[in-house]
Write a new protein. Structure first.
Length: 167
C-alpha cells in the first residue's frame, strides 16, 4: 500500500462521512432506532474514537486505547463534529509519520493478534463505511434527505445506463 494514495483515499472517505454527520438534526443526535443500540451520536463518536484509538494505535504497533463512544467524549452535534475532526487530525499525524515500509510491518489487532499495518488500515475504512451506512439508515427513518454517496441515486444511474445502452 502506498501511504500517500491511502491518505488521499482516507480523506475522501472521511469527507463523505462528515457530509452525512453534518445532516444529523441537532435535536436527534442522541436518537436511536431501538433501545440498547447506538445513537446517531454514538455512531459518529465511535467512528472517530476507533479511527484514532484503535486503528491508528494498532497499526503503529501499540495496543488499543479505546474508551467507548459515549456522550462524555462529545455532547451535542457541534461538539461531536469537532471531536470527529480532532480525532481524524490526530490519526492523520500518525499515518503521515508512517513510511510505506511501516505500513508493511506487523502491528497488532485489539485482541493482540499480529496483523500487517496496511491490512489494519484497510479494515478501518470498512469499519467506517459500515457505521456510515447505519447513519444513512437512521437518517432515512427520521425522514432526513441524504446525498447519494457518489453523485447519482439509483434511479439516475438506471436512466444514465439505459441511455448509454441505446446510444
Amino acid at each position: 500500500m502506498d501511504r500517500d494514495e491511502f491518505l488521499h483515499y482516507l480523506g475522501q472517505v472521511h469527507e463523505r462521512t462528515m457530509r452525512l454527520v453534518r445532516l444529523i438534526p441537532p435535536d436527534r443526535i442522541e436518537w436511536t432506532c431501538r433501545e440498547g443500540e447506538f445513537t446517531l451520536g454514538d455512531l459518529a463518536r465511535h467512528i472517530a474514537a476507533t479511527e484514532r484509538d484503535v486503528f491508528a494505535e494498532c497499526a503503529s504497533g501499540r495496543p488499543s486505547r479505546y474508551k467507548g463512544c459515549g456522550r462524555s467524549l462529545a455532547d451535542g452535534l457541534d461538539n461531536v463534529i469537532a471531536f470527529m475532526e480532532l480525532m481524524h487530525a490526530e490519526s492523520l499525524r500518525i499515518f503521515r509519520g508512517m513510511s510505506d515500509a511501516d505500513l508493511a510491518k506487523k502491528g497488532t489487532s485489539p485482541q493482540g493478534v499480529p496483523i500487517t499495518a496496511w491490512k489494519m488500515l484497510r479494515s478501518m475504512i470498512e469499519h467506517e463505511a459500515h457505521h456510515r451506512g447505519q447513519i444513512y439508515v437512521y437518517l432515512g427513518i427520521l425522514g432526513v434527505k441524504t446525498p447519494s454517496i457518489f453523485g447519482l441515486n439509483e434511479r439516475q444511474l438506471e436512466a444514465v445506463s439505459r441511455q448509454a445502452a441505446q446510444a
